[in-house]
Every structure is written in C-alpha cells, then in structure tokens.
Design a protein around this ligand. Structure first.
Ligand SMILES: [Zn+2]
Length: 531
C-alpha cells in the first residue's frame, strides 16, 4: 500500500504500509529531524528508524482522520487489507507484543479489522515517542528463567482450589499486563489453537462472572473449571497430577547419555513436516513446508560439517536436494519420503501415508544402527514444524510424546505402508510402560536443552509452557504420529514459530534467523549429549 503525503516543508514523499512488515517512508525527501541516527535516507526508512518527530508526522500523514486527544488516540482503520491489530500495536505502542492490550481496550471490535472501525489506544499504551508512558510488553516474569519443572510448579502455586454451586474450580488472580488468552487459557489448559483458545476464554469468563472477555483488570478473580485444566494443574488426588509427578520423577532419575561435542556414535534422523502437495500451515504470507525444510537442511549441514554424528533425512525436495536457500519464493510442489523406493508426496495416496512413512523410515534406520552395534540410547528423531496458534502466542513450542498417549503396540495397516521395503520390518512398534516413560523423560531433557540454547541466542520461545506432551484439538487428545511411534530414544516435534504471529512470520522469512535457529538446534544436541 503506497500513499503519497507531504512533509512539513511541502516535499512529496511516499509512505509504504505493508502487511506484516509495517510502515516505511521513502527516505530521500525526509528532513534530518525525521531520521534517527544511522538511518539511510537513500532507501526506504522503516518506521522504527524515524525520530519521535518523524513517527508522529508519518502517522498523522498516513491516517489523517485519526484523533489525537490528551487521553487517547482514536484510530480509524483506513487500509483494512494491510492493517492488523499487531501492526497497530507495533506502530502506536512500539511493540506488536502489546497486541493483547490493544485488543483489551477495544472489547467490542472484531479482531479482523474493517474500514471505518475506530480503535482506541489510551495514552498509557502509546510508545514514549508518541507521548505515552513508554509501555513495554511485560514479557519477563519471575518464573520465565526457571526450567520447565520449576516453572510449571510456580504456575501451579498461583492457583488455589475452590468449590461453588457450579462445581470445582481453580482460582487465579490476574496479574498486571496479563490477558485471559495467554496467561490463563494457553498456560493452564492444553488448548493453543485459535478456536479452542477463544472458546475457553469465553467459557472461563462466564464461569467467573465476567461479561467482557477483554476488559479484565489486574487482581480480578478467574475461575477455571477443573475439568479443562492441563494435567500438571489438576487437583491433588487426580490421575492427571499423578501422571505428571511420575514423569517428573522419571526425568530426574534418567541419566544423561554422554557422546562428547563431536557427537560420535549418535544417530540422528531429521524430519521436516509437510511438503509436496501439503504446504502445511499458512499465515502472514508464508507457509510451513519450505521454511521448516530450510531449517532442517541447515541443521543437517551444520551437523555434517561440525560433528561426527550420523545424520539422515526423512524427506527430500528433489529440485533442491539437501540444500538450504536464502530466498524462498513459492511453495515447492515436489517432495519425496526417502524410503525404498522413494514415496512421492503428490496427493495420490492419503496424506496419512506420507506422515506414517516418516516414522517407519526413521525406525528402520534406527534398527539398522542398533544392529550394527550402535547404542540404542544415542538415537535422536527431530521433526520440524511451524504452527498457526492464537496470534497472541509466539515463539517456539516443543512437543514430546506423552507417556500415557503412546500405545503399547501399533501396526500400520497394509494400505498405509506405501509398499516400501522399510515397512516389512519397521511398520510395527511396541512399547513397554518403562519405555514410554523413558521416551518422554529423555525427550523432555532434550527439549530443556533446546530451550536453553534458543534462549541463549535470544530466539523467542513460547511465553507460558513451551514444552507440551499433548495436543488437544477438536475434542481429541493426541501426540503427533511421528513422535508417538518413534523408536528413537529421544524424540521431539519442534514448532519453530507461530505463523499467525506477525513477528514470528517475519523471523521465519529471514534466512539469517533460520541459520541462527539451526545453529541453536545443533548447540542443543551437543549440550544434551554432554551430560
Ligand atoms: Zn506442521
């Protein structure tokens, strides 16, 4: 979206507002007073590189109908195709992460912006440059630096249990800067998909006697029905809590496997989700398949260059091979699972086949490795994905196979094996109770190492519970098949980013980010096998 405006000196300037990328101004005609130090006036100057004066001018010029009052800005939606709540939060408050707060100030407006809607941004939320108090997103809380177990325990301590005419509930007091979606639903339940999160937010609000989901104040008492709580938050005596404690104990007594920084004797299988006819999740102008394939290929290259680990992939894009790319233009059409013979992900067979063949192939590779005297404990399966969650969520989330959701035995039906050679020996799996627990425990230890590596490199991770052992969607609970049936000692499905979140999408589009992400994964693998 290009708009021609005038500077105070009367020069004609183009402003460009892009979905996901935000606002930028043509630099050549901008006066010095509008340019922050280091901004290049010969190019498009991003909004963040304008001075306070430049920002105020750009917003007034782009949105001439906005009213700037002493208490608030009343912003009229002018370009609904490229404006979004995230963009508004970024432009007016200084950070898209204030999305929730902007939503909370406008409880009656639909999240999907419509031309002519007027959004209120109170002065307290405006960035310091725009005359506000410089509200920063409150992303760090005391529990954020804790490891997963301690963090979950800290969340639990914020709850108290009660009983009223409608039954048992867990009581939670909202803290400053918290929103019902992220700080209650996403944290305390297993729902993270947009529909599920919205439904539960409404349900919890009703249960708590709150008329308006978004107009919730700090200190407000929230009642969460115990039936929707995730296992770690269930009440004393429940089976969910007992399972949670059993797995935590297992994590503590599971000794790390030592392989040294060169990862000698470690067998790794990398999987990139989707591909071929299935491009996966889609939002903010990007799609899942090619972007996660690119990260997996970067991980592969780094492992091959820097370690002695034995690395295989489950999937290959024939036009590209195992190369990574700087530019990803459009969805790749062809992909094959690297079975014998290769299985084309071309839509000829149900998509479940190509999903199942990934674990069949990986398990077959692990079986050969063990047969050749490889150590069973040094097998690692990683599947890379990106999801489309509620837009208030951002950063990486890691799924591990919840012990209670892994079957005791499973055999893939003949029609789903794609008649590949690997299916002859590796299409059946069985797990003892001990193996299920060990599988979840090791996978949790790896996930913890991964979170540490991501944090160290300042890569966003999910704000609440970034390690999960169950997916709950549409009334069903499960763990993804690729990790559910994996015989790898350690396995994880990594959702590298939330495509629905604009900052996350922008990250994924950036090849430098993908490289940093891959490097963090490799650092995590090294740290994990180092004791
Ligand atoms: Zn996926």
């Amino acid at each position: 979206m290009l708009v021609q405006v005038r500077t105070p000196e009367g020069r004609s300037i183009l402003l460009r507002l892009q979905f996901r990328k935000g606002l930028s101004a043509e630099g050549t005609g901008l006066s010095k007073a509008f340019l922050a130090k280091g901004a290049d006036p010969a190019a498009w100057v991003p909004f963040e590189s304008l001075t306070a004066e430049g920002k105020r001018w750009a917003l007034a010029a782009l949105f001439p109908e906005d009213q700037w009052g002493p208490e608030e800005v009343r912003h009229k939606i002018r370009f609904p195709e490229v404006e979004s709540v995230w963009t508004l939060a970024a432009l007016f408050t200084g950070h898209g992460q204030n999305y929730d707060k902007v939503m909370a100030e406008n409880p009656d407006l639909p999240e999907k912006l419509q031309a002519g809607d007027t959004w209120r941004i109170p002065r307290g939320l405006l960035s310091a440059d725009l005359g506000g108090t410089g509200h920063r997103p409150e992303r760090t809380r005391p529990e954020d630096d804790l490891d997963d177990e301690a963090r979950v325990a800290a969340y639990r301590n914020l709850l108290s249990f009660g009983d009223d005419a409608q039954g048992k509930y867990a009581a939670y007091r909202m803290r400053k800067g918290e929103a019902l979606y992220s700080s209650v639903v996403i944290r305390y339940t297993d729902r993270v998909d947009p529909k599920g999160v919205n439904e539960l937010a409404v349900l919890i609000a009703q249960r708590s006697g709150i008329a308006d989901v978004r107009g919730i104040l700090p200190g407000q008492l929230i009642k969460i029905p115990v039936t929707i709580l995730a296992d770690p938050f269930q009440s004393e005596g429940s089976s969910g809590l007992a399972e949670e404690r059993e797995i935590r104990a297992e994590v503590r007594r599971t000794a790390r496997v030592e392989a040294g920084p060169k990862l000698k004797g470690v067998r790794i299988v990398l999987d990139a989700g989707h591909g071929g006819v299935d491009s996966g999740a889609r939002a903010n102008g990007i799609w899942e398949s090619d972007f996660v394939y690119d990260i997996a290929m970067r991980v592969r290259r780094l492992l091959e260059q820097e370690t002695d680990a034995q690395v295989s992939s489950t999937i290959r894009y024939p036009g590209l091979g195992f190369r990574s790319r700087e530019e990803i233009g459009s969805p790749s059409r062809a992909a094959e699972i690297l079975t014998t013979p290769p299985f084309a992900v071309d839509g000829e067979s149900p998509s479940a086949v190509s999903v199942h063949l990934r674990w069949v192939l990986a398990n077959d590779l692990f079986a050969s490795f063990r047969k050749a005297k490889g150590e069973a404990q040094k097998t690692l399966f990683l599947s890379f994905h990106a999801d489309s969650l509620h837009p208030s969520a951002r950063g990486s989330m890691i799924y591990v196979p919840g012990a209670s959701l892994v079957p005791t035995s499973f055999a893939l039906g003949g029609s789903k094996t794609g008649h590949v050679t690997e299916a002859r020996h590796s299409s059946r799996v069985s797990f003892t109770g001990r193996e299920k627990l060990q599988g979840e425990a090791r996978s949790r230890q790896f996930s913890e190492a991964l979170l540490q590596a991501l944090r160290k490199d300042r890569i966003p991770i999910h704000a609440n519970r970034p390690i999960r052992n169950v997916i709950y969607r549409g009334g069903g609970k499960w763990v993804p098949a690729v990790i559910r049936y994996s015989t790898g000692a350690t396995k994880a499905l990594i959702e590298v980013a939330n495509l629905t979140n604009e900052d996350d999408a922008a990250n994924l589009k950036d090849p430098d980010f993908r490289e940093r992400y891959a490097a963090a994964v490799v650092n995590a693998i090294r740290a994990y096998y180092r004791k």
